[in-house]
Design a protein around this ligand. Sequence first.
Ligand SMILES: C[S@@+](CC[C@H](N)C(=O)[O-])C[C@H]1O[C@@H](n2cnc3c(N)ncnc32)[C@H](O)[C@@H]1O
Length: 240
Amino acid sequence: MIYPAVDGVPVVLTDVDGWLAEEAASLVCRRDLPPAVLGRIAQGAGGVLWRDLERRAIAAASPDSPLWQWVRQILASIDGRIVELGCGTGRHGDARVLGIDLHWDSLRAYPGPCLVADALDPPLPGHCCDAVLAINLLDSCRDPGLLLQQALALLAPGGCLVMASPLHWQRAVTAPDRWLTAEFVTEWLRGQGLEVSVGVEEWVLQVGPHSRTIHQCHTWLARHRPPAPEHRRNSGAVGR
Ligand SMILES: C[S@@+](CC[C@H](N)C(=O)[O-])C[C@H]1O[C@@H](n2cnc3c(N)ncnc32)[C@H](O)[C@@H]1O
């Protein structure tokens, strides 16, 4: 299979042609157009150009948030290979992180290497990451349960999962029978043998010139538990 790269961003999807057709207007749109001109073109073209314009305006106007400070603090303590699923524009600003998103226009602003790819079917080998980030993705994808499984499958032993979401579910994005509660996510991660710290951080979006949306995001920092004492005794790490 040969995958295209658009402006240097590889598009690694099973249905590349479907994605290219859906995103065509965004991909061929000149990037040097002033927002007012682009807005007038978008009025006619609609769809993906409006979406891009809105997302760019929100990204440009939104202030830094406590959520991003939380993410940066964790990133500062992590070495090795880091992947971010549903990365958007990468507000953490860390160029070491490999970003994955379906929205090519956001990736153009991403600080590190990036791929157009599906977080629910990531084109990466299993257990290859020392950290996996999924910030504000759980309630923005069609199958949050599958996302949890895929994120965990990427983690190397001892790796950590960094997740946040306001769990603001929308029927148009996620079928109601797939909505998850914060308690379910925490217990599911613990059930997979992870040590989990939970918290809440604010994520602020400037959605209009005089309007801000403040999300209270649930946060999860999850790591594989160290081997049980029984195992350590057997392996000689702890003697009597
Ligand atoms: C609410 S935005 C969050 C973006 C970024 N993480 C942030 O917090 O600023 C959700 C992002 O997830 C992406 N997304 C949704 N479903 C995805 C999927 N299956 N694979 C990759 N990205 C996905 C969207 O394109 C969007 O950029």
